[in-house]
Design a protein around this ligand. Sequence first.
Ligand SMILES: [Zn+2]
Length: 382
Amino acid sequence: MGRPEWHFQAAVDRRGRPSTARRSSRVDIPQSSKLNIIRLNHRWGEVTIPLVGRVRFRWTRPLAGISPGCPGRITGARLIKKTLGWHVCFRIEEPAIEVTPNPGPPVGIDRGVVHTMAISDGQMLDMPRLLGPGKERRLQALERKAARQQLARKRGEQRSKRQERTYHQIAAMRAQQARRREDWLNKITTQIAKSHGVVAVEDLNVAGMTRSARGTVEQPGVNVRAKARLNRSILGMAWGKSGRMLVYKCEAHGSVLVKVNARNSSIECARCGHVSCTNRIDQTIFQCEICAHTANADTNAAQVVLQRGLTALSGATPGCGGTAREARVTAPQREPHAQAATGRRTSIHHAGATSSGEESHRLRVGATLLRAPPTAKGGDHT
Ligand SMILES: [Zn+2]
């Protein structure tokens, strides 16, 4: 029998260039007719993968057209290889759901490094520790080990099996960290989108904010180490990801997402609108010079964001600063032609058109595969 040939989609970054980071490999199965999905028991299902055969997967959520009370049908599948194993995603088509406007109260969110999110009602949402103390120690030890092995390697020599193994162990722990971060973000953003009619966030340019301070050889930057550390905390808080999650979750729950200009939101008074650096007494306390309004600095910023968002929504010209004028409203978007023609909604875009990782949220993620396709070489221990 000939060797099956999979076409692994090259990992590309958001601008379409080949990515240096090793992203997940993917295999698309555009037709659903031969998938022949059956449910074996409560936890396990079975699917036919072309050129591989019957493969078992963990049944993690109801599947359209198969699970009772779940209308729609499956139109294809995609295999995704991640550090912790293989996953199968099923592309589904389900009846269009009429989204009613969310009657919940409006809310403003300020994203920060100390508190992941500050809510305008005074709540602070902090990302929990992603690894327990034991695992954190182990990760540090592994990183030291990798550095040691790298030092011991002679010039031009290949990486040893042991070094490869260390790198794989580090990657697995980082992947677990990432998975926990994503889980927490998913829960929090769902909660926010579900219970609020209007969600206002700052329009953050995360890529710009985390640009390196390194500078050039002629003009070396200052505080490079400190900026690198800050960048790491900003990226660790996954501001960009939470923003993208809110976009489609607000759409699904009938709430309106407003992105407002973040300029001066941390030094503006939420009560009288006075802007001054001296309003900010320290990292946590905000006290207005003019009206003596005192609040937690992050809560105050979230309230300012909320006000800017509401001003932008009402269409009024803001009194000063021009802050809300630049706000962008992400109104619920429909696919009018698809809806009108068939009355059905396809839950993902055509699979071939997607290259960014975020799209996978729109896929109905099935579960980890038990066996990996035989051609996948290296690191596919499931
Ligand atoms: Zn004030």
